[in-house]
Design a protein around this ligand. Structure first.
Ligand code: PHE
Ligand code: FE
Length: 278
C-alpha cells in the first residue's frame, strides 16, 4: 500500500490533499440529532426482512441507531475492530482520485452535514445519514470490506485508463443499489436503498423495475439515473460472487467495453436473467 498523509494532521484545520476535516461532532445541534433519530426510526422499521443479514448484523454491532449522529471516532474504533476500516469526515463530495485513495486505504469518506427537516425524503447529495447509516454497516462484513478496498484501487486504475464512467456504474449497481438473493428471499445490500424510505420498499415489491442477475460486463454498459427510483437492479447470489467477478484485471474489459454500445436503464438485452419477486 502506498504511504498516505496522516489524516489526523489535518483535524480541525482546512482540508488538506486528502480533504479530511474534523467531523465537528460537538457542534451538531439538538435539531441535527433529532433529524437523525427520526430518519432512523423510519428505516429501522422497514429494514428487518428487507436488508440482508450482513447489513443488519453490522447495524447492530456498531450500534448505529443509538441516540443521534454518531461520533466518527467512536464508530471508527468499533469498525476498525471488525475489518480494519475507519470513517473519515469530508466536507461533501470529494474528487475521484481522493475518494479512491481513501477506499484503497480502508478509510470511508463520510460527509459530516445532515439534511434539513424539509429534505427528509429527497437529497441531491449524500449527507451523513446516507453515508453512515447506508454505507458503514456493510463494512463490518469482511468480504464486502475487501471488495470496497479493491474497488478503490480499481478506481485509481480506471482513472489512469480513462475508463471511470464504466467502473462507476459498477459502484452504482452494487455498493449503492445492489440486491442479493438469499435462502430467505431477495434482500437489499445497496446503501442508496437502505437509507431511502421509498426505495427500500419499491426495489423489492414494485412490479415496475427489472431485477437482473449480476453480470459484470452488462453492468458496466448500463447507464443509471440519479434523479429518481431505479429502473433496474442487479442481483448477486453472495458477496463472494462480487469479489470473484471483479478480481481479474479490468484492462481487457475496458478495451472490450470501448467497442460496445451503452444500455439504457430501462432496457433489457439478450442474456439477461430476470429475477422474479414471488
Ligand atoms: N480488478 C479490477 C481491475 O483490475 C479492480 C476492481 C476490483 C474493480 C474490485 C472493481 C472492484 O481494475
Ligand atoms: Fe453512497
Amino acid at each position: 500500500m502506498t504511504a498516505l498523509p496522516m489524516t489526523e494532521s489535518n483535524a480541525g484545520g482546512d482540508p488538506g490533499d486528502d480533504f479530511v476535516i474534523d467531523q465537528g461532532w460537538d457542534v451538531y445541534s439538538e435539531q441535527d440529532h433529532a433529524i437523525w433519530r427520526s430518519l432512523m426510526a423510519r428505516q429501522s422499521k422497514l429494514l428487518p426482512g428487507r436488508a440482508c443479514h450482513e447489513y443488519l448484523e453490522g447495524f447492530e454491532r456498531l450500534d448505529i441507531a443509538a441516540g443521534g449522529i454518531p461520533d466518527f471516532a467512536r464508530l471508527s474504533d468499533a469498525l476498525d475492530k471488525a475489518t480494519g476500516w475507519r470513517i473519515v469526515a469530508v466536507p461533501g463530495l470529494v474528487p475521484d482520485d481522493v475518494f479512491f485513495r481513501h477506499l484503497a486505504g480502508r478509510r470511508f469518506p463520510a460527509t459530516n452535514w445532515i439534511r434539513r427537516p424539509e429534505q427528509m425524503d429527497y437529497l441531491q447529495e449524500p449527507d451523513v445519514f446516507h453515508d453512515v447509516m447506508g454505507h458503514v454497516p456493510m463494512l463490518t462484513n469482511p468480504i464486502f470490506a475487501d471488495y470496497l478496498q479493491a474497488y478503490g484501487r480499481g478506481g485509481l486504475k480506471a482513472l489512469r485508463l480513462g475508463a471511470l464512467p464504466k467502473l462507476a456504474r459498477l459502484y452504482w449497481y452494487s455498493v449503492e443499489f445492489g440486491l442479493i438473493q438469499t435462502q430467505a428471499g431477495l434482500r437489499i445490500y445497496g446503501s442508496g436503498i437502505v437509507s431511502s424510505r421509498t426505495e427500500s420498499v419499491y426495489c423489492l415489491e414494485s412490479p415496475k423495475p427489472r431485477r437482473v442477475a449480476f453480470d459484470l460486463m452488462r453492468i458496466m454498459r448500463t447507464d443509471y439515473r440519479i434523479d429518481d427510483l431505479q429502473d433496474i437492479y442487479f442481483v448477486i447470489d453472495g458477496f463472494e460472487q462480487l469479489f470473484e467477478a471483479t478480481r481479474p484485471d479490468f484492462m481487457p474489459y475496458y478495451e472490450q467495453l470501448s467497442r460496445e454500445a451503452d444500455i439504457a436503464p430501462g432496457e433489457l438485452v439478450a442474456g439477461d436473467k430476470l429475477v422474479e419477486i414471488e
